[in-house]
Write a protein that binds this ligand. Sequence first.
Ligand code: HPA
Ligand code: ZN
Length: 333
Amino acid sequence: MAMDNWIRSLPKVDLHVHLEGTIEPETLLYLAEKNKVVLPWTTVEAVQQAYAFQDLADFLQIYHQCTQVLRNAEDFYYITLQYIRRSAAENTFHSDVFIDPQTHRDKGIHLEAMMDGITAALREGARQYDYSMGFILCFLRHRPQREALEILHSLGPTRAHFSAIGLAAKELGYPPHLFIDVYKTAHAMGLYCTAHAGEEGPASYVRSALFDLKVHRIDHGNAIVDDPTLIDYVRSQSIPLTMCPLSNRALHIVDDLSQHPATALLNDGVCVTINSDDPAFFGGYMTENLSAMVEHAQWSKNEIAKVLHHAIDHALMPDHRKQSLRHRLTQAL
Ligand code: HPA
Ligand code: ZN
């Protein structure tokens, strides 16, 4: 479709992507073999068949199995560079990436080693493709707050890599307010704060993220449509929502993208952005996510232009780079 090519050609920014969610099936099998990690699948077709998820919990269980193939700094280098190459090929120039230290610490991989591999790949990506990344230190909400606090307090020099903290994984049963002390600490450390909220959880979880954790950004935020006072609040405060249409459809958060709340919220003046979440698991990167809204929710060039500008405005990126990407986007539009 002509519109897909146009979307692919535009300079784009992804504000919500989990690093492990970018491991394509071929890479997953390659790393499993290299690191002698036994997976339940041996072919790309079998992996793809396994990627039919019932809900968030079902996805997280498979996702966790996949994260087990990452064993050392080189593996992180490899997946990061692959992700950057794929992104650059669709004119995505920057991503705010969630990094989960707890997942890998369980296997004995330290955050320092992970970041060594990831930042080496980013240096290569910056040189070859003019790529940039913001890093979000992301905590698992089903794990105790104490663990997250301990990681925050023991960052040492690794602190310099991170612009932000986030909160992800199983949402229902783990409301944001369980992490008040983590967010207080992060605010005091000068970190930007975001949290997944209102993906499978209710509007009250979005409220708790906004008022208990005082987040600067909400990841997903779909449930906000159930509370008009919250919509007014995020609109008046220009708090961005990083929405992920293909993810929501794959995890049955929405039945149909024609019903995706991004459309009404964007029309209502909310700072909506469109992002990929776990692109290797949910059927696409930035282009596919944006194109899906054109195809199923009748988005025009006007909506696409708005969400791309929002993403640049709120990216974890220096102002001079925002200026330059804005200029490129305006030219391309
Ligand atoms: N939701 C919550 N946690 C996650 C996701 C998601 O879509 N992807 C990776 N961790
Ligand atoms: Zn996410």
